[in-house]
Design a protein around this ligand. Structure first.
Ligand code: FE2
Length: 281
């Protein structure tokens, strides 16, 4: 097998409405085919026009069986949940939430001083053995995310290892790599990645050359298998999110904010919500 991964698919995000009417760019969404195993969903929310009106956010909703990862570039998100946790995710901050057996939460985005909100939400699957685990948060403030630097490259390492730098998010079943990469004009970035891991790159600024494929901004690239990725910038700087993780290769049944392994487990989640037994003490 060629050790350098090529781009096998470029996904154009679809605009979708979520929550109380929030417009998002969605590149991948949970599907029974589990094509991007262990990744389930990737949303890019970007509001930069006050004419879009007030941002109504995501009022109380449940999650079970997954992890949701919020990463904010500009603006902020206020968060609170049914377990009494509350927090603020500001520019450069990350919240890695393991919903496990269940939480109900609210996520309310706010514009930054320049009127802009920009950020991402990634959903990572949990293996069957951890779907009903105790909910857990890893909240990482911008200052504590380490940066790997190489000529023309700056990489914020949120989870996983780049060079000798280890990201602060740990003990995640998918062994993920979650990076925010910036390349100056004419820079090269290469990184070893484990074979068989699913690797995705979401370009959000500039056009990157991934392997030998040009990927323009606001597109998701899916890499083929291999042991290494190589990304170059051309005559503009480039920013992208890089995600890698080990596939669990288990059947999944997605249903709205739940992703379980069987239909019966989805029925159980719905019954728990109806009966007020969704949150496990
Ligand atoms: Fe949520």
């Amino acid at each position: 097998m060629n050790s350098i991964r090529t781009v096998k698919e470029i996904i154009e995000p679809l605009y979708v409405m979520e929550g109380a009417g929030v417009l998002l760019r969605r590149s991948i969404a949970p599907q029974a085919s589990n094509h991007f195993d262990p990744f389930l969903l990737f949303d890019h929310f970007a509001f930069n026009d006050p004419a879009e009106g007030p941002i109504r956010g995501f009022p109380m909703h449940p999650h079970r069986g997954i992890e949701t990862v919020s990463y904010i570039l500009k603006g902020s998100v206020n968060h609170r949940d049914s377990l009494g946790n509350a927090g603020y995710i500001g520019p450069g901050d990350v919240q890695w939430m393991t919903a496990g057996g269940g939480i109900l939460h609210e996520e309310m985005p706010h514009r930054g001083p320049d009127g802009i909100i920009d950020g991402f939400q990634l959903w990572v699957n949990l293996p069957a053995s951890q779907k009903m685990s105790r909910p857990r948060y890893q909240e990482v403030s911008a200052e504590t995310i380490p940066v790997f630097e190489m000529t023309g490259c700056q990489v914020r390492v949120i989870a996983g290892i780049v060079g000798n730098i280890r990201g602060p998010v740990t003990k995640i079943a998918a062994s993920p790599l979650f990076l925010d990469v910036r390349l100056e004009i004419g820079a090269n970035f290469s990184l070893p990645v484990p074979e068989k891991h699913t690797v995705l790159a979401y370009m959000y600024e500039g056009t990157g050359i991934l392997g030998d494929t040009e990927v323009p901004s606001v597109k998701m690239a899916v890499f083929s298998d291999g042991r290494q990725i190589e990304v170059r910038s051309g005559d503009s700087s480039v920013r992208f999110m890089l995600m890698a993780g080990v596939p669990f290769r288990e059947p999944i049944v997605p249903y709205g904010p739940f992703v379980m392994n069987t239909r019966a487990e989805i029925e159980q989640a719905l019954a728990d919500l109806r009966n007020g037994t969704f949150i496990q003490e």
